[in-house]
Design a protein around this ligand. Structure first.
Ligand code: SF4
Length: 350
């Protein structure tokens, strides 16, 4: 017969629950459970996500009794970055520890008035893209909503951020519910109040999640495309086997045109691989009648990869050829390469 240790069970039952990352509905259930006035939920949300309180004692418009009851059963789990690396171009890379999952990185990219924070949605990633250091780590774990939001909350430049991109470590649609809840809190007027137009979520195109994202969020969608050819894409993004291009395009096209927001396609250019006339024609066919934009990025070499970087002239010629086909195309400037903060270079193999 199994021996049950009741002391241990009692200890785990009373472990305070982390409240950081809860949405208004979850806070309302908490407040109702305690029998507190219903407006208390909103007050707590404002303290968490607008005033960035890290202790219940700071919530001075709640009664002392409520504050002490909250503190006895809940915690606000937030974490400052433990390291910052500064690039010559002003880009900053922050390192955060995450419980039981190692470390994650976030990148702050100042560019004139635009201040973009690139955040992670997972520790590591299981998509295994051949051009990405994070892919080599494998997946260490999904981030909770609180761990996603903490990257925005806990950097010193928090109040300067104008744009957010989910392009750090991980495939956001492999952690869909936590990402959607973080988007709700980031855009809610009781939350961070960021405009959904200033938030972009980037995916390799996990098909069932595309529809859910378009229906449940108003933020921008970016698809990592890299080639219009299925076979070639499987070489670059092995997990795309499960999510063929035809299905990705069908998911985007099935969204009602009147509600369509502009979708961007991220396209890493690899020398002598994916910038031929052949690619230009196939891209024009693939993206026909989709309101979209292509962002070209130069490949950043990673150890042991056979891919090479193209020169600037090659990228410009490819951009012009796409423009001539009527596809709006821009070349994205590489940032933070000297501190391994540029696209595809993030990795926390610690
Ligand atoms: Fe994962 Fe993105 Fe890297 Fe691919 S590029 S392995 S999806 S983090």
């Amino acid at each position: 017969m199994q021996h049950v240790n009741h002391n241990l069970i009692r200890m785990s039952e009373t472990r305070p629950e982390n409240i950081y990352g809860w949405d208004l509905q979850q806070l309302e259930s908490l407040v109702t459970g305690y029998g507190w006035p219903s407006y208390t939920a909103r007050q707590i949300a404002l303290w968490l996500y607008k005033r960035h309180a890290d202790d219940f004692s700071q919530m001075t418009n709640l009664s002392k009794k409520i504050r002490s009851e909250l503190a006895s059963s809940h915690i606000i789990s937030v974490q400052d970055p433990v390291e910052m690396q500064l690039s010559a171009d002003g880009t900053k890379k922050y390192l955060f520890p995450v419980e039981n999952k190692g470390y994650i990185e976030s990148v702050f990219i100042p560019e004139d008035k635009r201040k973009t924070l690139c955040i992670s949605s997972q520790a590591g990633c299981r998509m295994g893209c051949r051009f990405c250091m994070t892919g080599r780590m494998g997946l260490k774990g999904n981030l909770s909503t609180g761990e996603i939001l903490n990257q925005v909350r806990s950097i010193p430049e928090r109040d300067l951020i104008t744009n957010l991109v989910f392009m750090g470590m991980g495939e956001p649609f492999d952690n869909l519910e936590a990402v959607l809840q973080s988007l709700e809190i980031l855009t809610a007027e009781w939350g961070f109040s960021l405009s959904p137009r200033r938030i972009t979520v980037s995916t390799i195109g996990v098909v069932p999640a595309i529809g859910a994202f378009l229906n449940r969020s108003r933020c921008n969608l970016a698809i990592s495309l890299h080639t219009p050819f299925e076979e070639e894409r499987r070489e670059m993004v092995p997990m795309s086997k499960a999510h063929p291009l035809a299905d990705i395009m069908a998911a985007i096209r099935s969204y009602p045109i009147e509600k369509q927001r502009r979708i961007s396609f991220e396209y890493i250019v690899f020398k002598d691989v994916n910038h031929s006339q052949h690619h230009v024609k196939a891209l024009a066919r693939l993206l026909d009648k989709i309101r979209c934009h292509i962002n070209l990025l130069s490949f950043h070499p990673i150890p042991g990869s056979s891919y090479r970087s193209p020169d600037q002239k090659t990228i410009e010629a490819f951009r012009d050829a796409l423009d001539n086909k009527g596809i709006m195309t821009t070349i994205r400037k590489s940032r933070g390469e000297d501190i391994q903060a540029a696209c595809g270079l993030l990795s926390c193999l610690k």
